[in-house]
Design a protein around this ligand. Structure first.
Ligand code: NDP
Length: 312
């Protein structure tokens, strides 16, 4: 068990966390960053990133996060690979303890715990998770070479996952509950121009069907919400891409959260309802959810933490 006492404690290692760390370190605040369960955050499970400035060629999400980590470490951020499990924001210095039984105290905390993939909530979805049900095409797509797969959702994630899967799969069926996609127009064009893609419009998944021996998904039962008709499509894998929820369970009852659980911050600020506690990235921003926005808000949080400390 170790004890870490710091002026700026950063929780989370996505673009917001690393950027906050870089700014806090350059301000001489010797920040400590606790990486959390998914080091590098959501970008580590994405494919090519084409919209992060500075990369004229697409950069792999995992690679981009490794570069951010390397930059943060080089500049003096102390990165601890651990997960905070308990937190007390009632008095300063704020106290946290972790999965590995370490204790962390911070005069300020920057929360950048991000958001996680949402699931449909079907019984068989859980049963077959890792056996044909996935939320990460980059992680699992490789296993579906020449197989038939489905992707659920109509946003950029669903379209990106579907396009990625066409690199391996025989067919990719996109199942969307409406008759229009939410994804960007350019992404939609790429999808519709791909001959491996089939779209099931106005459809929801009623059930995921699978076998126990060998354990695996074999089909999807779909319901057309306009005609109420049922249809079964044979597939070997299904990728759920229906959005995210914020990772804020730890802060319930201690910080003001909105109705969806995102941390509320003051307008044009990363300041939460507790002075000295700042939130940056997807955990306080359900609207944009972009790496570059998260990085920008990480910078804001660090600058605000610095000003808060100098006022103390
Ligand atoms: P979104 O919230 O944008 O889309 C979620 C999709 O899932 C919607 O089409 C929604 O349907 C559908 N959905 C939600 N709940 C259910 C459910 N219970 N059953 C069936 N379908 C459901 O999430 P994304 O993860 O796609 O994207 C999040 C953010 O990240 C967006 O801002 C997006 O632009 C961004 N992003 C950007 C990328 C890029 O630029 N390369 C790549 C990936 C994401 P409906 O449309 O009917 O609401």
């Amino acid at each position: 068990m170790a004890e870490f006492n710091t002026k700026v404690l950063i929780i989370g290692s996505g673009p917001a966390g690393y950027t906050a760390g870089i700014y806090a370190a350059r301000a001489g605040l010797n920040p400590v960053l606790v990486a959390g369960p998914q080091i590098g955050g959501q970008l580590t499970i994405t494919t090519d990133v084409e919209n992060f400035p500075g990369f004229p060629q697409p950069v792999n999400g995992g690679e981009l996060m490794l570069k951010m980590k390397e930059q943060a470490e080089k500049i003096g951020v102390r990165i601890v690979e651990d997960t905070i499990t308990e937190i007390d924001l009632s008095k300063s210095p704020f106290y946290c303890s972790s999965e590995n039984s370490h204790v962390f105290t911070g005069q300020t905390i920057i929360i950048s715990t991000g958001a996680s993939a949402r699931w449909l909530g079907l019984k068989n979805e859980e049963k077959f998770r890792g056996f044909g049900v996935s939320a990460c095409a980059t992680c699992d797509g490789f296993f579906y070479r020449n197989r038939d797969v489905a992707v659920i959702g109509g946003g950029n994630s669903a379209v990106e996952e579907a396009l990625y899967l066409t690199n391996f799969a025989n067919t990719v069926t996109l199942v969307h509950r409406r008759d229009q996609l939410r994804a960007d127009k350019t992404m939609q064009e790429r999808l519709f121009n791909n001959k491996k893609v089939i779209v099931e419009w106005d459809s929801v998944v009623e059930d995921i069907i699978g076998s126990d021996n060998p354990r695996g998904v074999t089909a999807l039962k779909l319901k057309n919400v306009k005609t109420d008709t049922m249809k079964t499509i044979n597939i070997d894998g299904v990728f759920i891409a229906i959005g995210h929820h914020p990772n804020t369970d730890l802060f319930k009852g201690q910080l003001d959260l909105d109705s969806e659980g995102y941390i509320i911050t003051k307008p044009d600020s990363c300041q939460t309802s507790v002075p000295g506690i700042f939130a940056a990235g997807d955990v306080q921003n359900a609207k944009f959810r972009q790496a570059v926005v998260a990085a920008g808000s990480g910078c804001m949080a660090a600058l605000e933490a610095e000003r808060y400390l100098s006022r103390l």
